[in-house]
Design a protein around this ligand. Sequence first.
Ligand code: N01
Length: 537
Amino acid sequence: MANHVDAIVIGAGFSGIYMTYKLREEGFTVKTLEKAAGVGGVWFLARYPGARCDSDSIYYNYIFSEELYKKWSWSSRFAAQDEILSYLNFVADELDVKKEMQFNTEVKFAIWDEDQTKWLVTTAQGEVFTATYLISGVGCLSTSSIPNFQGRESFKGESYHTGNWPHTPVDLKGKRVGVIGTGSSGVQSIPVIAEEAKEVYVFQRTPQYSVPTRNRQFTEEEIAQFKEAFLDAREIMLNSPSGLPIPRSTRSVVDTPEEERIAILEDAWEKGGMILNNAFYDIVIDPKSNELVSEFLRGKIREKVKKSDVVEHLLPYYYYSTKRPILDTNYHDTYNQDHVTLVNLRQQPIECITENGIQTTEKEYPLDIIVFATGYDAMTGTLLKLDIRGRNGVSLQEKWENGAKVETYLGLGLAGFPNFFTITGPQSPSVLTNVPTAIEQHVEWISDCLNYLREHNVKTIEPTVEAEIQWSKQCTEIANGTLFTKTESWYTGSNIDGKSRDFLIYLNGLDNYRQLCNEVAEHGYKGYQLQYEEIKA
Ligand code: N01
């Protein structure tokens, strides 16, 4: 049949590239449909000034192949967006997967055909494909969100979202630029925008803790050393909770004597990167521990910001690390510059966007450019937009009650949606790990699963309702034992107006999760129901 393949993969980012390769190598036919004009996923789209990875580059890559790893050399400790995009193109070319990919093709609708036991996939461009398996590689942060500011359309200047930045340079020179939002994207972009713009206005709702990246260029010798140490580093990454070569910490903040605690925090601060938030095991568990670390980080902000009337507005008081930890280069120092103005939205909320700029309850800020660094409809946003319908035509929106009741099994599959898999889906470790490592684990598990189905003449696989309920309950219980659920963040869905609050990340670590997934497979896909092909006599 025309346009029929064994598997359709949605998205050509980190997930889609590896999934496509893996299945093709296992002898399955694959078609990968990607909305954008090239590979890269979020790294194709988020081209804002200062966009940079905040996992160490030497770990923010595929580790399944030593040969592939050794062919690529990162230029600096934290790679910029264009280098990561080049890397993903390099991998896609090395693995020769672009021939399985169709770009500028947006999946709009997918429905399970009960009679044919196939997925029927329709694109916005009007093409129809069928596939035995449907695999989502859409990522957790791929639907950018602009809050519904009144009057947004009336603004006469330019406006951009960090997650959907133009492919041609935006000229900021001599311009008055307003940035709304101080998450990772805002914090990375504000110092870079301030280097060029004439005036910068930062519209901040919640101040942020931040740790320096300590980014620097690598030397030839260092690159050679990383490559030499690859196998050892990979071993630790595969067995660590974060997917980084940082073993699980056994140290408690409160139980560590003050002098030693400060020395550990200072050392992590000097080293930069994600070391600090991984230095103790109880930062997101014990409020007292959290407060000690939070106060340490507030102290750093007080040291950096010289303007006494500004610094108080920049001090965060939420539990550190319960919003995604942020790394920065010169973020807080930027407020020492006279052309940078902090607007505290807790004191003067945005009333509307006008023709000329942003109107708060206190005044109008005239602007030439507005940058929306307002984040993403994370975890479920993109999946819910796709219009996926399982058995009996039931949509994902209906199953998940429009986000009010999200349940999955292992973040990998859904009851009522046969032969459907979600790479880094809700309730898997996903964004609380080094994401490429989590992606590899899912891709390999899915690929093994499809091999098993082929070898055992299994027609369909889907989680049982009971397994899904148990898994979801377990994820919620683990999350409720932490401070994560006590903070408003995109982790909990509270960044999107009207979105239900839920914590959709499995928090017991990638190491434990990997083991659980392996056990499920070893026990003949425990928690799934399998429907076998009828063998004709
Ligand atoms: O988005 P965010 P992001 N009025 O949701 C504010 C990944 N990432 O794009 O905190 C005013 O974190 C909102 O305020 P508040 C990374 O996982 C990775 O920055 O809700 N303000 C917040 O300040 C990251 O965590 C890299 O009070 C409003 C900001 O907008 C994730 O993407 C780089 C508002 C949104 O922050 C998302 O980061 C960049 C409103 N109505 C991103 N609504 C790497 O380096 C929202 N805000 C790998």
